[in-house]
Design a protein around this ligand. Structure first.
Ligand SMILES: Cc1ncc(COP(=O)(O)O)c(C=O)c1O
Length: 356
């Protein structure tokens, strides 16, 4: 039996804390959102589930594409492509714009699934390793670009797991240099950094090599429905359509995303609430003498607990809080916790005080 050599050498991504009793645990390990606007929930509940289940989905819903463009001020040279989650978008972008043996530049550490997509596509990963880890500079990426002339450069912005955020003005300096590579800017967490929700989308209109990915899994609380999109320059979007499996984007997911954007102001409020609670968590951790990686512009905070992270993970899990720790040498002292609204985080902090 033959197994693809790139797959044989890879390690599967795992989701911490899934169980049949999901309602009984608080999952602060995957940066899922904790809020769906009641109007959106009502709209979904009113769908005829039988019809939705029996039929293949509609491809890309024009109303959803329109509202994405309108609410994000999308320019005329930009196409929006829907995907069943931004993971799916990233995987397809990598496969479309590189071949096995090509190079991808990423920072270290970086979002695990993208690393996996690159590895299993047979790419050579060249890491830029900022010191401290939340201090990636545009200059270091330009230098890596000059050295490796990669097919792809990828980074999450805000960055998972450090929460570092590079504003669009700085990114433009990068983009104007790296014109021969596809630059994927993963803006899964942009809503917690930029309340206009526009992030770096304007770059796509002017630079044909920039692709931005977005998700409805975080702020919009739709992780389980699987929906996201990519903003791509019109000159290259036709290549991406080859692997875009629109049959996998359910009507339910598209309809929920549409309703979310109709009620976007509720989500701006929700983003504000998370920013507020993020301050509270950072302050509380610091008061406990814990080193915190801050500022964080995501809906999560990375910190160095005063005991071994796996031990703390177990103690918190016994009390119903799922968090995230890491097994690589560079990250083994860190733990990451997702930020939900204040009430949950107050419970988290008091549980943390109990177990430390
Ligand atoms: C940086 C980053 N990008 C993408 C994703 C995945 O998003 P989606 O649920 O849309 O696949 C995550 C999820 O944790 C993430 O941290």
């Amino acid at each position: 039996m033959k197994v693809n050599k790139y797959i044989k050498n890879a390690k599967a991504y795992s989701s911490p804390g899934w169980s049949n009793k999901i309602e009984e645990v608080i999952r602060l390990g995957m940066n899922e959102g904790d809020f769906i606007a009641p109007e959106v929930l009502d709209a979904i509940k009113n769908l005829c589930i039988e019809t939705v289940a029996r039929h293949y989905p509609p491809g890309e819903m024009p109303e959803l594409l329109d509202i994405i463009k309108k609410t994000h001020n999308i320019g005329r040279n930009t196409d929006i492509l829907l995907y069943p989650g931004s993971d799916n978008a990233i995987d397809n972008i990598i496969r479309t714009f590189s071949e096995p043996g090509d190079t991808i530049i990423m920072r270290y550490p970086e979002y695990g699934n993208t690393v996996l997509f690159a590895q299993t596509h047979g790419l050579n990963i060249d890491y830029v390793k900022p010191q401290p880890i939340n201090n990636l500079t545009v200059e270091s990426l330009v230098e890596a670009y000059e050295k490796h002339k990669p097919a792809i450069i990828y980074f999450s912005n805000p960055h998972n797991p450090t929460g570092q955020f590079i504003p669009v003005e700085e990114l433009e300096r990068l983009v104007s240099h790296t014109t021969e590579s596809i630059l994927i800017i993963d803006e899964a967490y942009i809503h917690f950094a930029d309340l206009s929700f526009e992030g770096s989308l304007s770059l796509v209109d002017s630079y044909e090599n920039v692709i931005i990915t977005r998700t409805f899994s975080k702020l919009f609380g739709l992780a389980g429905l699987r929906i996201g999109f990519a903003a791509v320059n019109k000159n290259i979007s036709s290549y991406l359509r080859i692997l875009q499996r629109t049959k996998d984007i359910t009507y339910l997911a598209q309809y929920a995303a549409l309703q979310s954007l109709i009620h976007i102001e509720k989500y701006r409020e929700a983003a504000r609430a998370i920013m507020h609670s993020r301050e509270y968590v950072a302050g509380s951790l610091r008061d406990m003498g814990i080193e915190v990686m801050y500022p964080s512009y995501g809906n999560f905070i990375l910190f160095k607990p005063t005991i071994e992270p796996p031990t703390l993970y177990e103690r918190l899990a016994e009390r119903g809080f799922i968090t995230r720790f890491y097994d690589t040498p560079e990250m083994k002292d860190y733990m990451r916790v997702s930020i939900w609204r204040q009430e949950t985080m107050e419970k988290f902090i008091s549980t943390l005080k109990e177990v430390l």
